[in-house]
Design a protein around this ligand. Structure first.
Ligand code: NDP
Length: 292
C-alpha cells in the first residue's frame, strides 16, 4: 500500500491560521502586537529567500516584522550591539539571526548574546539546557515542526522506536530530545554509525537530517514506518534544478506507512513554528496565557 503523504504545507497553513487568530485576540484584548526581528548578515541567496518568506508570513499573521540586513563584512561588535538593542526593544519579542554567519563571526557567541526569552530559534545554551532537562524553553523550530506532524499522525509516539539521522545542534540533537520527551526510544545516528541501514530498519520513526540528497532508500525502511525528511538539497536532474530531501521519496514511499514530501513537508512547518514561538515569547513577556 502506498504511504500516507504527510502534508506539511496544509498543516503549516493551519498552524499559521491559529497563530493569526491568537494575534488578533492579543491586539484587540490587550493592545499588544507580537514582533519578530530577523537579522541577516551577508547576501547568501538561500538565506535571503528564507528571510524574505519569514518576513512575509510574519506580516500575514498580523505580527510586526523587523528586518535587519547587514553587510558581509559587519564586525562582531556591530552585530552584538544590534542584538543588544533588540534585546532591549519592547516591541521585539523574538530575535532570529539567520545562520550560517560569515566565517569571521563567532556563531556561538552571537547566538548566546540573544536574551533566552527572545531566542525564538531555541539555540541559546539556556534553552538547550532547559529542553534537555524537561523544563519550559524555546524549542528549535524545525524539530518542533517534525514533532507536531508526528503527534498529529500517530496521536502518541510513546514507546515507538525512533532513529534520528544527524546530530547537529539545530536539528538532530533537539529532535532527539523532543522524541525522548514524548517517550519514544531514541537512537541518534551520524557519519560514524556502523551499518546505518540496519539501524534504520529497526525504526518505527525515521527522521533524516543529513544534508545528503536521497541517501535513505526504501530498502532501509521497516514496512509501515513513518519517514520525516528534513533535508533540503538542490540537485541538477534532466537539465533542471530540483529540490530533494535526504530520503529517496519514490522508493521510501513504497515501503513506509507515512512520509513527508520535499518540498511541502518539514520546510513550511519550520516557519509556522517560528511564528508560533514568537507568539509564545510575546505571551510570556506579557504574563499572558500561552497558546497550546
Ligand atoms: P549538518 O551538516 O549540521 O549535520 C548533518 C549531520 O548528518 C551530521 O551530524 C553528520 O554526522 C550527519 N551525516 C553526514 N553524512 C552522513 C552519513 N553518510 N551517514 C550518516 N550521517 C551522516 O546539517 P543540518 O542538521 O543543519 O541539516 C541537515 C539537513 O536538513 C540539510 O539538508 C539542511 O538543508 C536541512 N534543513 C532543513 C530545514 C527545514 O526547515 N526543513 C532546517 C534546517 C536544516 P557527523 O556529525 O558525524 O558529521
Amino acid at each position: 500500500m502506498a504511504a500516507t503523504v504527510i502534508d506539511g504545507k496544509a498543516f503549516a497553513a493551519k498552524v499559521r491560521g491559529q497563530v493569526a487568530e491568537h494575534v488578533d485576540r492579543l491586539k484587540s484584548g490587550h493592545g499588544i502586537t507580537p514582533g519578530l526581528a530577523v537579522v541577516l548578515v551577508g547576501s547568501d541567496p538561500a538565506s535571503e529567500v528564507y528571510v524574505r518568506s519569514k518576513g512575509k508570513m510574519t506580516v500575514e499573521v498580523g505580527m510586526k516584522s523587523f528586518e535587519h540586513k547587514l553587510s558581509a563584512d559587519t564586525s562582531e561588535k556591530d552585530l552584538l550591539d544590534l542584538i543588544d538593542k533588540l534585546n532591549n526593544d519592547p516591541e521585539v519579542h523574538g530575535i532570529l539571526v539567520q545562520l550560517p554567519l560569515p566565517d569571521h563571526l563567532d556563531e556561538d557567541l552571537v547566538i548566546n548574546s540573544i536574551t533566552p526569552a527572545k531566542d525564538v530559534d531555541g539555540f541559546h545554551i539556556s534553552n538547550v539546557g532547559l529542553l534537555s532537562t524537561g523544563q519550559k524553553s524555546m524549542v528549535p523550530c524545525t524539530p518542533l515542526g517534525c514533532l507536531m506532524m508526528l503527534r498529529d499522525h500517530h496521536g502518541s509516539i510513546s514507546g515507538m522506536d525512533a532513529v534520528v539521522i544527524g546530530r547537529s545542534n539545530i536539528v538532530g540533537k533537539p529532535m532527539a530530545q523532543l522524541l525522548l520527551r514524548d517517550s519514544a526510544t531514541v537512537t541518534i545516528a551520524h557519519s560514524r554509525t556502523k551499518d546505518l541501514p540496519e539501524v534504520v530498519r529497526r525504526a518505527d520513526i525515521v527522521v533524516a537530517a543529513v544534508g545528503r540528497p536521497e541517501m535513505v532508500i526504501g530498502d532501509w525502511i521497516k514496512p509501515g514506518a513513518t519517514v520525516i525528511d528534513v533535508g533540503i538539497n538542490r540537485i541538477e536532474r534532466d537539465g533542471k534544478t530540483k529540490l530533494v530531501g535526504d530520503a529517496d521519496y519514490e522508493s521510501c514511499a513504497k515501503v513506509a506507512g507515512a512520509i513527508t514530501p520535499v518540498p511541502g513537508g518539514v520546510g513550511p512547518m519550520t516557519i509556522a513554528c517560528l511564528l508560533a514561538n514568537t507568539l509564545t515569547a510575546c505571551c510570556r513577556a506579557n504574563g499572558l496565557d500561552e497558546p497550546e
